[in-house]
Design a binder for this molecule. Sequence first.
Ligand code: UDP
Length: 369
Amino acid sequence: MYDYLIVGAGLYGAVFAQVMTGQGKRCLVIDRRKHIGGNIYTSVKDGIVIHQYGAHIFHTSNDEVWKYINRFARFNHFVNSPLAYSKGKIYNLPFNMNTFNRLWGVITPDEAREKIAEQCAEYRFERPSNLEEQALQLCGKDIYHLFIKEYTEKQWGRKAHLLPASIIKRIPLRLTYDNNYFDDVYQGIPIGGYHGLVQNLLEGIPVYTEVDYLKNRGEWDSKARRVLFTGCIDEYYNHCFGQLSYRSLRFEHEHLDKADFQGNAVVNYNDADVPFTRIIEHKHFEFGRQSTTWITKEYPQAYEKGMEPFYPIRDAENLKRLEKYNELAASTPRVLFGGRLGLYAYMDMDDTIEAAMMMVKQELNSKGV
Ligand code: UDP
């Protein structure tokens, strides 16, 4: 008999299992996929670490999380400095002095501030009610039309004025010549990839892959006192209140017989007539010098059953539905829900680790087992 059955060997499940095991609890981990690691899974081809489900760049300002995760991997000093390709030109992201200089020829922060104020002047909203209003108010019209509107509409499959403003709060804008996308204190990629990191987290813990819990839940449930489910919460309850909406992605991996394709790890493609949103060139995450290269094109797509759900669409309707599922979950305390799909939340890796550690603390305090 195990203390916890953990459904899902992604980052949340692996951290929960590792910390709980350290507290003397017996954990069993199962996963539907062929591999552990969920969406942070990486493989190695031609000596290059491939981020199988899109770029994962670790960044955090949380000392506890950073110290914890460094016990399981060595991180390199990769700093994310993505580029944007728009209307035939390359620009620096996040929006910073390099971008503004290329756009408007401005040199100093004062000149840029003035230009941005001019660009935003006609867009004053007391409380921006959608992404379009939010972006125009924050960045003004040139940036909105070159970098945001078309990219966002292909990413989400909806017009920008029908999307929540909260999505765009993730885009930083700064008045320095600093191309580092993240403001966090710590940043990097685990050397050798995330697969080794998750393997280390799960060391000594029994793990079964290619196991579909939902097809045989009675049998699996009988193996443990409590269950942590990190799959979709609506699927766990057989969609009894209807389906939660997601946006999905399709990844096209390509091997190219050249040393360098784009000279950078991440290039966003911001125009509507390009069907993918970005190309990542994996070797640049690890400063690779191989003679060949692997790239991945990321195509956003509508989510349908059987696909991987990537981004939760947290609009009013879905949040109402989620509330009903959460109420149901509160009445079945033997089962815990965690991770991006269990919580229906967009979470960075550091948030995921922090949340899993917190859940362990809560469990131990409530004497769950
Ligand atoms: N975004 C944009 N243009 C860009 C990059 C991002 O308009 O060049 C918007 C888009 O709506 C996206 C959001 O900002 O969904 C968050 O982007 P980020 O790259 O942070 O998200 P990720 O997809 O990497 O999680």
